[in-house]
Write a protein that binds this ligand. Structure first.
Ligand code: ACO
Length: 330
């Protein structure tokens, strides 16, 4: 098969209509706008009411990305949904495929928590570079509000819901300039949304487990230390693979976890903070959605221009982390 390159030619995003600000949240747990804003930069978050599905949010984001790309749903070969909060554990990507009318596309979910979008981008690139598929829709979407412990002020103030998407297309010129991905399962306990079953005896010889998932648990300080250590490292390695100097990067679009993390990473890489796209004040941490949500905002308001070099980095549960440098558009 002929090896080809790729270009990212469209983006879109979708958020639930309801937004809860920090003052509103202080009616739920003992907290304050001052505490949340100072420690995280977050001012409010969009939350999905029970009528929303992840498929609905993901399909809305994907439809906007396809429109910008000028690609018809029937031309899509592959739909990847990066999520940790599917509507259905058997997968939600297929429901998005049906909603879009992307009748030719194969679709599946991919789980790598807040690294999901970057891991999905690299996965999509493998299918395109090998010549297997031409048009890929990559969606990052999460409804974490379903799984947050709303009595735990250490975690519930951080998260929000949303979806973002990009259209990635085969092209003679390869605009994925470099990437690097990592996992460290030995630190898995730092951040969990874990299954918890209870034993159920089926027959005297056979016992199985049945149950559900526990709300998110997080060791905030460990996750913070992990992020500020590993993200600059993986970005530097990715710049090396891309043959670029940090000064040549036009924009940084990182997972929107915490403003302090974004600032610390920028400072360690000696990248001016103005080059780091941040919209977490409005959305909080939307997990796999956060990078494409921020990307879409910056493309639509004209900050990101065709040809700009964008460094992306995702990090989070697993633990997982990774980075990719892409050149926007054609
Ligand atoms: N409001 C008011 N007080 C609070 C709140 C709150 N929402 N949450 C905690 N506190 C209190 C604590 O009870 C504690 O008080 P105590 O000392 O009397 O016990 C005090 O504030 C300090 O708590 P810490 O947990 O030590 O606060 P810290 O300075 O570490 O900040 C934070 C917490 C913001 C979560 C920080 O650790 C952080 O940002 N970590 C990274 C987390 C992250 O980004 N996770 C997501 C990345 S991965 C992914 O996206 C899935």
């Amino acid at each position: 098969m002929e090896r080809v390159g790729l270009a990212i030619i469209g983006c879109g995003s979708a958020s639930p209509a309801v937004s809860l600000d920090n003052d509103g949240l202080s009616q739920v747990v003992e907290t304050s706008d001052e505490w949340i804003a100072t420690r995280t930069g977050i001012r409010r978050r969009c939350l999905a009411d029970p009528g929303y599905s992840l498929a609905q949010l993901g399909a809305a984001a994907a439809a906007k990305a396809l429109e910008m790309a000028g690609v018809a749903p029937e031309e899509v070969d592959l739909i990847l949904l990066a999520t940790s909060t599917p509507d259905d554990l058997f997968g939600t990507a297929s429901v998005i495929q049906a909603r879009l009318g992307a009748t030719r596309a194969v679709s599946f979910d991919l789980t790598a928590a807040c690294s999901g979008f970057v891991f999905g981008l690299v996965t999509a690139a493998q299918f395109i570079r090998t010549g297997v598929y031409r048009n890929v829709v990559l969606i990052g979407g999460d409804i974490l509000s379903r799984w947050v412990d709303w009595s735990d002020r250490r975690t519930c103030v951080l998260f929000g819901d949303g979806a973002g998407a990009v259209v990635i297309q085969a092209d003679p010129i390869d605009r994925l300039l470099g990437f690097e991905l990592h996992s460290d399962g030995s630190q898995n306990a730092c951040l969990n949304l874990a299954y918890q079953g209870e034993s159920k005896v089926l027959t005297p010889d056979v016992t199985i487990a049945q149950g559900g998932y526990r709300p998110i648990t997080m060791n905030g300080q460990e996750v913070y230390k992990f992020a500020v250590r590993k993200v600059p490292e993986v970005m530097e390695k990715t710049f090396f693979h891309a043959g670029l100097d940090a000064a040549e990067i036009d924009w940084v679009v990182m997972h929107q976890a915490n403003q302090r993390i974004l600032d610390a990473v920028a400072d360690r890489l000696s990248i001016p903070r103005e080059k780091v796209i941040s919209n977490l004040a409005k959305y909080g941490n939307t997990s796999a959605a956060s990078i494409p949500l921020a990307l879409d905002e910056a493309v639509r308001d004209g900050r990101i221009q065709p040809g700009n070099k964008i460094a992306m980095s995702g990090f989070g549960a697993g633990l997982t982390w990774g980075a990719a440098v892409v050149q926007w558009g054609k």
